[in-house]
Design a protein around this ligand. Structure first.
Ligand SMILES: [Zn+2]
Length: 480
């Protein structure tokens, strides 16, 4: 390849908001359910029904806008985006084109290449469509309107990203901000966060953008990275062959690792947008903005800094602990009870991550309560149980959320601190293993490891290994 190319990427991220009810009616937003039961005349667009805006949607959109450094539009409006599709009962979607609720923001991302700001062009509110089901009946498609009217925000970035790495850093940043705000759970796999990638190629140093394509159907960070690489290569090949890129929407097939054209990409005028006449404009006062801002919880970046200073946790560890809202919550709640941040952090970073991986759980799934983790930390820290037993109890706690104190009591797992009891067992072990005793006396220091092991076995793991070691040394020295 003779020419040097630059990849230019912008994202449109749709996020399903965590409201209890839909954006323009009081139907539940609960996922799933028997098809067409979470519906009413509004979200199935029966004649004469009128939308009523859900205030919580506006407040979530404002909160996300404020946390991503956007300006909040004081006078915002809804518009109709007209298109026909069977999952869209109105034949238009209520969205925002002319006066979106948030504009001109940006978030800072960090990659190997350093820090940079990715601009946010706008955030607008809109309603989700229903869902088509194609495979259940032969020669027929079914439609389920349960999702129709679920509130979405669409976060439109500036074309500021240059690589898959930057795209993933940006999405991760958005995900954490929105999760910490409680505005959405942002699960790509379940569709509560969806990213469409706009990508174009231009020669290095060129001022003009190339023709872009939009890729849809990306439901994991890995799929996004693969789709970006695939599309980058496809566009460069076209340009190298002297052909041009067509502006179109493409669907990425992650199994085949290739994309295919869905339709030519529409421009705004294709949708015949016009102001939504059934909804009043939204006036947002500075007082309302201040009230939403005042309710903003501590976000990830601030939390990370606080963990370093307040709990003396290293940067790397603090990043993992704050990597999901759930883990940060468990960390803080358990630490508040036992006051041992480093030990709590250790159980979360080592054993919790290990079991989540083994059990195929995602990062948000921490099945035990912070109270139980704090109890376990105390039991291990006070020497009531040794580290081997603690790991066993932890696994029980992870899988069954057992109370560590009762579990240890019921299963007789307390470490034996009674020296008399321990001494008689050690004596027995020495009597039963004369060869190891001789080896040790002949200078084979390692023989003591075997004897410790035998004693622990005889004690069913409930001894304090340090104490066993100490006693063995004493008794071996005495028997000289
Ligand atoms: Zn409804």
């Amino acid at each position: 390849m003779s020419k040097q190319y630059e990849t230019v990427i912008g994202l449109e991220v749709h996020v399903e908001l965590a409201t209890k009810t839909k954006i323009f009616c009081s139907c539940t937003t609960v996922f799933g359910g028997t098809p067409n039961t979470h519906t009413c005349p509004v979200c199935t667009a029966l004649p004469g029904s009128l939308p009523v805006l859900n205030k919580q949607v506006v407040e979530y959109a404002m909160a996300v806008g404020l946390a991503t450094n956007c300006e909040i539009t004081p006078y915002s409006k809804f518009d109709r985006k007209n298109y026909f599709y069977p999952d869209n009962p109105q034949n238009y979607q209520i969205s925002q084109l002319y006066l979106p609720i948030c504009r001109n923001g940006g978030v800072e991302i960090e990659t190997e290449g350093g820090k940079k700001v990715v601009g946010i062009h706008e955030i607008h509110m809109e309603e989700d469509a229903g869902k088509l089901i194609h495979d259940e009946w032969e020669n027929a498609s079914l439609v389920d309107f349960n999702r129709s009217g679920v509130p979405l925000i669409e976060i439109v970035s500036e074309p500021d990203m240059r690589s898959a790495e930057e795209v993933i850093a940006y999405l991760d940043k958005l995900r954490l901000i929105i999760q910490y705000l409680g505005a959405s759970d942002c699960k790509l796999e379940e569709g509560s966060m969806r990213a469409d990638v706009n990508l174009s190629i231009r020669e290095q140093g060129a001022k003009e953008y190339g023709t872009r394509t939009e890729m849809k159907n990306l439901n994991s960070f890995k799929a996004i990275a693969r789709a970006i690489e695939g599309e980058r290569v496809r566009q460069i090949e076209l340009l190298e062959e002297g052909k041009s890129v067509t502006q179109e929407t493409r669907r990425w097939d992650d199994n085949k690792e290739s994309s295919y054209a869905m339709r030519s990409k529409e421009d705004a005028q294709d949708y015949r947008y016009f102001p939504e006449p059934d909804l009043a404009p939204i006036a947002i006062s500075p007082e309302w903005i201040a009230a939403v801002k005042a309710r903003q919880p501590e976000l990830r970046t601030e939390k990370l800094e606080r963990y370093k200073t307040e709990y003396d946790i290293p940067e790397y560890d603090a990043k993992i602990l704050t990597g999901t809202k759930k883990m940060a919550e468990v960390f803080e709640a358990a630490t508040a009870i036992c006051k041992k941040p480093k030990k709590v952090s250790n159980w979360l970073m080592v054993e919790t991550l290990r079991l989540q991986k083994e059990r195929n759980l995602d990062a948000e799934q921490i099945p035990f309560s912070p109270e139980n983790l704090a109890k376990l930390v105390d039991l291990a820290d006070e020497g009531t149980i040794n580290s081997t037993v603690a790991k066993e109890v932890f696994e029980q706690m992870f899988d069954q959320n057992v109370d560590p104190e009762s579990y240890v009591a019921e299963h007789g797992l307390k470490t034996v601190h009674d020296e008399g009891e321990l001494r008689s067992i050690v004596e027995e072990v020495l009597a039963n293993n004369p060869e190891s005793v001789t080896d040790y006396k002949n200078g084979k220091e390692k023989a003591i490891g075997f004897l410790v092991g035998q004693t622990m076995k005889a004690m069913k793991g409930k001894a304090n290994p340090g104490m066993v070691n100490q006693l063995l040394k004493e008794l071996l020295a005495e028997s000289n």
